[in-house]
Ligand binder design. Structure first.
Ligand SMILES: Nc1ncnc2c1ncn2[C@@H]1O[C@H](COP(=O)(O)OP(=O)(O)OP(=O)(O)O)[C@@H](O)[C@H]1O
Ligand SMILES: [Mg+2]
Length: 241
């Protein structure tokens, strides 16, 4: 197994560390327990979040590959570690929305919980300094952040991911409100990268409307560690440890 020596650390993000792997074409992504909100303004350690998100993301990435979406994920190599293809991240994040919430509600003054007639795709320029501003496809092409064909592939994959994820959560009595995806370039192909976790998704318990995602932390609604443990049990049919 690849060891995570400090001299192999390539990048430290807010929720994960990225390490060089034995092959130059691959990396190891290490999931930390750190939670942040509002672009790092609010921070906390959430017990077991790294372990839970690592396993959930691995599970969902395998599901997406089975649904026909190429992904960077290769395999889980430790409780918090994944071996992934090393991609060039496309600096355009995609948000898929099924229900109005969060920044969309704020921006357009719509009530949270309003159902959308079809999935809404929103693009954001990935820039911590600028706070990930929204951008449209035309802008992303003009500024050189992505090619038109890449954005088209991202759109198609994002909608496939939405269909598959939505059906899965639905079967567990959970509504997939929205989620964020990152894509990368790998040998001339666009692939789904980064993570699919409750950090970057909104998940509402259908029967009660209770939030089962990072909004619990953002909005001080309860214990995020407990919430994530509950999600883990629902998905894997057994409690963590
Ligand atoms: N397969 C991959 N190959 C290369 N880089 C990746 C891959 N998957 C994810 N990344 C990048 O690794 C980093 C993961 O760290 P983390 O998610 O903690 O970052 P972050 O704090 O959210 O910041 P940011 O995403 O803005 O860099 C991100 O920059 C992400 O874009
Ligand atoms: Mg991230």
């Amino acid at each position: 197994m690849t060891d995570l020596r400090p001299d192999r650390l390539l990048y430290e993000g807010k929720a994960k560390q990225v390490y060089a792997a034995d092959s130059a074409d691959e990396i190891v992504i290490h999931y930390k327990d750190d939670a942040t909100a509002f672009n790092g303004v609010k921070k906390a350690q959430i017990a077991d979040k790294g372990v839970i998100n690592c396993k959930l993301s691995a599970f969902f990435m395998e599901k997406m590959a089975a649904a026909g979406v190429p992904t960077a994920f290769l395999k889980q190599v430790g409780p918090r570690d994944q071996l992934c293809r090393k991609v060039e991240i496309i600096p355009v994040e995609l948000v898929v929305r099924n229900v109005v919430a969060g920044s969309l509600a704020k921006r357009l003054g719509r009530p949270e919980g309003e159902k959308l007639a079809r999935p809404l795709l929103e693009h954001f320029y990935k820039s911590d300094e600028l706070n990930d501003p929204q951008i449209n496809e035309d802008g992303a092409i003009l500024m050189g952040y992505a090619k038109a064909w890449e954005l088209a592939a991202m759109r198609e994959y994002a909608l496939t991911v939405n269909d598959a994820l939505r059906a899965f959560w639905d079967s567990l009595g959970v509504e997939l409100v929205d989620f964020k995806l990152e894509f990368g370039r790998y040998h001339g192909q666009v692939v789904l990268a980064d993570e699919i976790t409750p950090d970057g998704s909104r998940l509402w318990e259908r029967a009660t409307g209770r939030k089962l995602d990072k909004d619990v932390f953002r909005r001080d609604l309860g214990d995020l560690s407990e919430t994530y443990r509950e999600l883990y049990s629902r998905v894997f049919g057994e409690a963590l440890r």
